[in-house]
Write a protein that binds this ligand. Structure first.
Ligand code: NAP
Length: 246
């Protein structure tokens, strides 16, 4: 993996230390999104999943970002389509996580109103820290009961989840190093409520056309959200960009 931006001071810079490069800013709540898109902006490969846009280097960064996070916020559609499993503790992060007072692996927090979620799946039965279910007051009662029984229920909002309140509630539990893996509908709401501090966007060198979403799917942000690039890495033709809120 080589660094393109900031421009390296020496032509033969040593391989990038990803843990250092993606360290969370200390002492504050910080939410970053990790997404991948094709060259023409597709957030899904033609099969409807994101794996076809990924690469070994993208998977490494995906692992590093999870290894640094307290919580991974993700929409229920992504959980269902991508078959989410609980993050496993990784020896590479064990010491740093223990020193930072973090459990061995981040906790997944699933956003859902319908709660049509398989609560008997490994995401709930094998999680090191019980998977959080973020829902709203008007969610189906039987779903609420199941979420309470098999997960860790967090209610934020009346008829739909209020993402800002939910993220505040996670921070109040000490989960301040926040990561979202989308999908596009959840990410658009996080951006709209002003909570997107950083975007880690992999640009895959693949053109796909077709009906895929962009990485944000939702109503237009009236004034746009200006982001400032802070770094660009490259491996095997994929670009690993990092933008923070301008
Ligand atoms: N390119 C990438 O980096 C990337 C990343 C992630 C996913 N993806 C792809 O994107 C697709 C899935 O993403 P998506 O945008 O369609 O869906 P999503 O954002 O993953 O999930 C949408 C679901 O989340 C719940 N939800 C969202 N906002 C809510 C709110 N305010 N209140 C209550 N519930 C809420 C609802 O779940 P219920 O229906 O359960 O109520 C809704 O159907 C898949 O094809 C996946 O492969 C791509």
């Amino acid at each position: 993996m080589r660094r393109l931006l900031p421009v390296p001071s020496a032509p033969a810079e040593p391989d990038v230390d990803l843990v250092e490069a993606y360290a969370y800013p200390p002492g504050r709540t910080w939410l970053r999104a990790n997404m991948v898109a094709g060259l023409d902006g597709a957030a899904q490969a033609p099969d409807g999943l994101s794996a076809g846009l990924s690469s070994p280097a993208d998977k490494r960064i995906f692992g590093v970002l999870r290894g640094l996070a307290d919580v991974v916020v993700v929409g229920a559609a992504t959980v269902r389509k991508e078959g989410y499993r609980p993050p496993k503790p990784k020896p590479a992060y064990a010491a740093a996580r223990a020193a930072a007072g973090q459990p061995p692996a981040p906790v997944i927090a699933v956003v859902s109103r319908g709660l049509a979620i398989d609560f008997t799946a490994p995401l709930f039965t094998e999680a090191v820290t019980p998977t959080i279910v973020i829902t709203c007051e008007e969610a189906a009662p039987h779903g609420l009961a199941a979420a309470r029984e098999y997960g860790d229920l967090l209610v934020a909002g009346r008829d739909r989840v209020d993402l800002a309140s939910a993220l505040d509630a996670l921070a109040a539990r000490g989960l301040t190093r926040q990561l979202t893996e989308g999908g596009p509908h959840v990410l658009a709401q996080i951006a709209a409520c002003g909570r997107l501090d950083e975007l880690c966007l992999t640009v895959s060198p693949l053109l796909t056309a077709g009906p895929a979403d962009r990485i944000l799917a939702g109503p237009a942000l009236p004034d746009g959200l200006s982001m400032r690039p802070v770094s660009v890495l490259e491996e095997d033709g994929s670009l690993f960009t990092r933008y923070v809120r301008a």
